[in-house]
Design a protein around this ligand. Structure first.
Ligand code: UDX
Ligand code: UDX
Length: 471
């Protein structure tokens, strides 16, 4: 099928590349000329597993790039809108980009089209998109508006797209649902997965994935409700972690105990420094705003957000507990991205923590496997960016783990120990075992678990003899 995807950001680019891999003819439209030139030249603007392979496989064959929305609409049967929906100051989703795309689509309709919302949008957006297209003189039976939310996680977006738990199609007419069913047919009939060159399946893949057809409004709500529920799960376990800290329990054991209840499930139950990213913070605010507009005060969401912010403050208190005063302390920081496996720093709790520590007068030596360039733009020269974890640790008063990158869970701990000025590790992602860390001589703080303290104390207040000699 001929498909246009408008907006080649994280979502649009991944969706476009995956539709091409399913065998469709895709035009990716963007109004950012620099981005377009880079994409045409073969650059991969985001760090996303399997995306370079897919772009290489399909670029200038069944995946082309264009700034001409009009032409792309004329050439396509389905038009996916994947432009940004950033939050306004009031926390609502700013839908002006969506509206402007809808206006342009209207003028280019030359036969039956399905206009699909792929961006996360509040309920009723499909109604509005329809009204805008009609207002701009398109015939009522020349198009339908559908909602087809994405559930992609950054870092695993390609496999999340091709091996989803479910595909949600919000369509208010059978004609429209049929077009979307056809687009996803290579997945739902299993033929994609039999191909030798298919992107490899992740663990737990459900093959073939179910396709759920709902009304457009229900699909819009499914997206907001899913993200809100996942964020709530994270805040819930972060709150439980705080209680664990107060009573000396171990949140990991608690997680295992509750996560094995199949009604709860173990995923998205990892405590840490709070959720970040381009979706959860924005979508929770937008969902709360939508609910308020509909006359419902969704106070539960306020609490989810409050716990999330509190989680960062609690981490800062841990740094103070470990080091007493902060001014002039040198801290090694591992991880700046909002989570492992991505170079995205939007709403990254790691960046927010580094900014707070800089304000307190700390010196920061930071390392991230992928997000350094983006972080440099935000943090500027106040932060020293280093090229590996051991350099971050070198002569630092403590090492902070802020992002759950796999490589941070496999550090050469003896080397880290030797590099640090004091062997103190404050782990915001629970990557190590407190007792094992203590046995290696570290004073180790994590989230929701008792601190690990070496038998012969090497804590901040009592630097080890070896280190004293050195200084
Ligand atoms: C998307 C969704 O839009 C958002 O609702 C969802 O919650 C997360 O993912 P994302 O793909 O991350 O956002 O957005 P971004 O990386 O900002 O990309 C949007 C793209 O649309 C940019 O490349 C921008 O240049 C382009 N754009 C924007 C247009 O082509 N036309 C416009 O009018 C506006
Ligand atoms: C999220 C949703 O998972 C995805 O379905 C939606 O389409 C977009 O938003 P993403 O923002 O890419 O995806 O990342 P996700 O893996 O959900 O993590 C979000 C944040 O929560 C990260 O900061 C992560 O570190 C944090 N997190 C996640 C936890 O703190 N604990 C967990 O158990 C899981």
């Amino acid at each position: 099928m001929h498909i246009a995807v408008v907006g080649s950001g994280y979502v649009g680019l991944v969706a476009g590349a995956c539709f091409a891999d399913l065998g469709h003819q895709v035009i990716l439209v963007d109004n950012d000329q620099v981005k377009l030139a880079a994409l045409k030249a073969g650059d991969v603007p985001i760090h996303e597993k399997f995306l370079p392979e897919l772009l290489k496989r399909h670029r200038e064959r069944n995946l082309t790039f264009s700034d001409n929305l009009n032409q792309a609409v004329r050439a396509s049967k389905a038009i996916f809108i994947a432009v940004g929906t950033p939050p306004t100051e009031q926390g609502e989703a700013d839908l002006s980009y969506v509206e402007s795309v809808a206006r342009s689509v209207s003028g280019a309709i030359n036969g039956y089209k399905v206009v699909v919302e792929k961006s996360t949008v509040p309920v009723y957006t499909s109604d509005w998109v329809r009204k805008i297209i009609l207002r701009n003189a398109a015939a009522p039976d020349s198009f339908d508006v559908a909602s087809n939310p994405e559930f992609l996680r950054e870092g695993t977006a390609v496999t999340d797209f091709l091996y989803p738990d479910r595909i949600v199609v919000g369509a208010d007419s059978e004609r429209c649902a049929t077009v979307l069913r056809e687009i996803y047919a290579p997945m739902t009939d299993g033929s994609y997965y039999q191909r030798k060159d298919a992107i490899p399946a992740p663990d737990r893949a459900q093959i073939p994935p179910p396709l759920i057809v709902t009304s457009a409004k229900s699909a819009e709500l499914i997206k907001h409700a899913s993200n809100a529920f996942l964020a709530m799960k994270i805040s819930f376990i972060n709150a439980v972690a705080s209680i664990c800290e107060s009573v000396g329990a171990n949140v990991q054991q608690v997680c295992q105990g509750i996560g094995t209840d199949s009604r709860i499930g173990p995923r998205f139950l990892n405590p840490g420094i709070g959720y970040g990213g381009s979706c959860f913070p924005k979508d929770l605010m937008a969902f709360r705003a939508v609910a308020r507009e509909c006359g419902y005060e969704f106070r539960l969401l306020d609490e989810v957000m409050r716990i999330n912010e509190d989680q960062r403050q609690r981490f800062l208190r841990k740094v103070r507990t470990a080091l007493w005063t902060l001014r002039g302390k040198r801290l090694g920081v591992l991880g700046l991205a909002f989570k492992g496996g991505t170079d995205d720093i939007r709403e990254s709790p790691a960046i927010l923590l580094v900014q707070s520590l800089l304000q307190e007068g700390c010196q920061i030596a930071a390392y991230d496997p992928a997000a350094t360039a983006r972080a440099r733009e935000v943090l500027g020269p106040s932060t020293e960016f280093v090229s590996d974890p051991y350099e971050a640790a070198r002569d630092s008063d403590a090492l902070l783990i802020l992002t759950e990158w796999e490589e941070f869970a496999a550090l050469d701990l003896d080397r880290i120990f030797k590099q640090l000025k004091y062997p103190i590790v404050i782990d915001g992602r629970n990557l190590y075992d407190p007792e094992a860390m203590a046995a290696r001589g570290f004073t180790y703080y994590s989230v929701g678990r008792p601190a690990g303290t070496p038998a012969v104390p090497a804590a901040a207040s009592t630097p080890p003899a070896r280190k004293l000699k050195k200084s």
